[in-house]
Design a protein around this ligand. Structure first.
Ligand SMILES: CC(C)(COP(=O)(O)OP(=O)(O)OC[C@H]1O[C@@H](n2cnc3c(N)ncnc32)[C@H](O)[C@@H]1OP(=O)(O)O)[C@@H](O)C(=O)NCCC(=O)NCCS
Length: 150
């Protein structure tokens, strides 16, 4: 079992370790820690009963536009719905604060992440050629509206 909570200082080293294990250009501890004091930022962690971080999502919101900075689940905890739960909780917290849409970028080859985002309602709105390095690759720009359906 796990619970989804707002990121706190105790999560930072574990999130940095997951970043380093999962991304070729990871956020380091200091960059993640700075988000704790960033009024535009909202990061959520999924933690198990012992406080171990199973996954996290990081976001920043400027007026009605929210951006997902990263989402990651520990390899041993994948395919249990944790990423979907983190994203759903993030949406539930951002919408009442005035966010109208969430945008994110994903590597064009990242099949698991693209499948996740499609399942929870993100649609492709653009592409940034050669956006990523290590390795160089296009980014798909995905977006989801948080506004109630008309
Ligand atoms: C992408 C990632 C966050 C998904 O986390 P997760 O907790 O395993 O995802 P969930 O269990 O919530 O999956 C929800 C849905 O996404 C899709 N999905 C997730 N992983 C998938 C995979 N490996 N293959 C195909 N579809 C997948 C499925 O539709 C899944 O629903 P289902 O299990 O009922 O079929 C995880 O694989 C990860 O951390 N990857 C490395 C970091 C990364 O690439 N982050 C994204 C950067 S943009």
């Amino acid at each position: 079992m796990y619970q989804i909570v707002t990121m706190c200082e105790g999560h930072v080293p574990q999130i940095a370790a997951l970043e380093a294990a999962s991304f070729s250009a990871p956020w380091d501890e200091d960059s993640i820690r700075a988000e704790l004091d960033n009024p535009l930022a909202l990061w959520l962690a999924a933690e198990d009963g012992d406080g171990a971080v199973l996954g996290y999502v990081g976001s920043q919101t400027c007026f009605e536009d929210a951006d997902i900075l990263n989402v990651c689940v520990a390899p041993a905890a994948r395919r249990q719905g944790i990423a979907a739960a983190l994203m759903t909780e993030l949406e539930a917290r951002l919408a009442p604060k005035g966010a109208e849409r969430i945008t994110l970028e994903v590597r064009a080859s990242n099949v698991p992440a693209i499948a996740l985002y499609a399942k929870i309602g993100y649609a492709q709105v653009g592409i940034r050629r050669n956006y990523y390095e290590k390795p160089r690759e296009d980014a798909l720009i995905l977006q989801k509206s948080l506004l109630p359906l008309p």
